[in-house]
Design a protein around this ligand. Structure first.
Ligand SMILES: NC(=O)c1ccc[n+]([C@@H]2O[C@H](COP(=O)([O-])OP(=O)(O)OC[C@H]3O[C@@H](n4cnc5c(N)ncnc54)[C@H](O)[C@@H]3O)[C@@H](O)[C@H]2O)c1
Ligand SMILES: O=C(O)C[C@H](O)C(=O)O
Length: 336
């Protein structure tokens, strides 16, 4: 029995006090309560970072969410932390707090860096974003070398090779745990193909292979599920629209979808398959986007492309030419 209303208020206040709340959560975890995964977002105060933080806070597989940025992360952290879902949110501001942000993380999602302005290609971002990705990946190598890394910062075709070289230098490189995020190409492809076919995009599965820029984005329309066929005009329209989708709109939903797939893989769920830009032997290039099976080790299996039609074979040659240069540019940035 409560002896007075003030005691009752004090008891409720103690429960709502954030440090106590966190303590109870840690105790719960120690007692074997649902542990979840620890996820860091680097660049969490940006356009992608903020929406991604919101979506990850809603993900029941996440128990701890670290939000790091060089600006504004305290405000974003306060905002996200008031959501009534279970993940504990902590904010980190600026380089001196990078190591604390990364220590103990299972998954590190990186949307840090500058975005395109109208008229720019993703490669135009290289000069600024290459250095940002290098610094952040040096932190990952030092503080959470076993984490799965989802690299979103553009140009993905070069930032993934940069990250690989940083990890090689540090002696921590595990190709299964470094994935460039190309999910947005797939969600766009499913949506646009769904429109043409008059189907719910959720029912549509379009493999998109190659890379994440212009002609390196290669939708395999001959392999769409459910099986269907397109006229040459439809093929041309859909391919171009999927390749140019980034000039129409940029969104975090796809990044959250991919991060969720990685967490389901880490948890041990079977049959988690997504397209991603990974170390690959599917072509002669060292990195290539194709369907991968995500598991406890990260990208556990990289699938072959399957049969391509003539249009796709020509597209593949164009994609490989540009991709080879972008990969080399990223590799040289660290090796030189
Ligand atoms: N792969 C994809 O599908 C995909 C999708 C969308 C955006 N992107 C890319 O993601 C990046 C971010 O896009 P945005 O629209 O969120 O840009 P934005 O400018 O809104 O946000 C970028 C954030 O990164 C932060 N940042 C800059 N330097 C940093 C550093 N050294 N450490 C940590 N944080 C740092 C900025 O402070 C900012 O908050 C761009 O490069 C963009 O091209 C990729
Ligand atoms: O296109 C961009 O610049 C951002 C992102 O890569 C996208 O595909 O939307």
């Amino acid at each position: 029995m409560e002896s007075s209303s003030s005691q009752r208020v004090a008891r409720i206040a103690a429960h709502l006090n954030p440090p106590n709340f966190e303590l109870r959560r840690e105790e719960c975890r120690a007692k074997g309560g649902a542990p979840g995964f620890k996820v860091a977002i680097l660049g969490a105060a940006g356009g992608i970072g903020q929406s991604l933080a919101l979506l990850m806070k809603m993900n029941p597989l996440v128990s701890v969410l670290h939000l790091y940025d060089v600006v504004n992360s305290p405000g974003v952290t306060a905002d996200i932390s008031h959501m009534d879902t279970t993940a504990v949110v902590r904010g980190f501001l600026g380089q001196p707090q990078l190591e604390a942000a990364l220590t103990g993380m299972d998954l590190v999602v990186i949307p840090a860096g500058v975005p395109r302005k109208p008229g720019m290609t993703r490669d135009d971002l290289f000069n600024i974003n290459a250095g940002i990705v290098r610094t952040l990946c040096e932190g990952v190598a030092k503080c959470c070398p076993n984490a799965v890394v989802n690299l979103i910062s553009n140009p993905v075709n070069s930032t993934v090779p940069i990250a690989a070289e940083v990890f090689k230098k540090a002696g921590t490189y595990n190709p299964k745990r470094l994935l460039g995020v190309t999910t947005l190409d797939v969600t766009r492809a499913n949506t646009f193909v769904g429109e043409v076919l008059g189907l719910d995009p959720k029912m549509v599965d379009v493999p998109v292979v190659g890379g994440h820029a212009g002609v390196t984005i290669l939708p395999l329309l001959s392999q769409v599920k459910p099986p269907c066929s397109f006229t040459p005009e439809e093929t041309e329209y859909l391919t171009k629209r999927i390749q140019d989708g980034g000039t129409e709109v940029v969104q975090a939903y796809a990044a959250a979808k991919f991060a969720d797939a990685c967490l389901r893989g880490l948890k041990g769920d079977a049959g988690v398959v997504e397209c991603a830009f990974v170390a690959s032997e599917v072509t002669e290039l060292p990195f290539f986007a194709s369907k991968v099976r995500l598991g406890r080790a990260g990208a556990e299996e990289v699938y072959q492309l399957g049969p391509l039609n003539e249009y796709e074979r020509i597209g593949l040659e164009k994609a490989k030419k540009e991709l080879a240069e972008s990969i080399q540019k990223g590799t040289n940035f660290i090796k030189k």
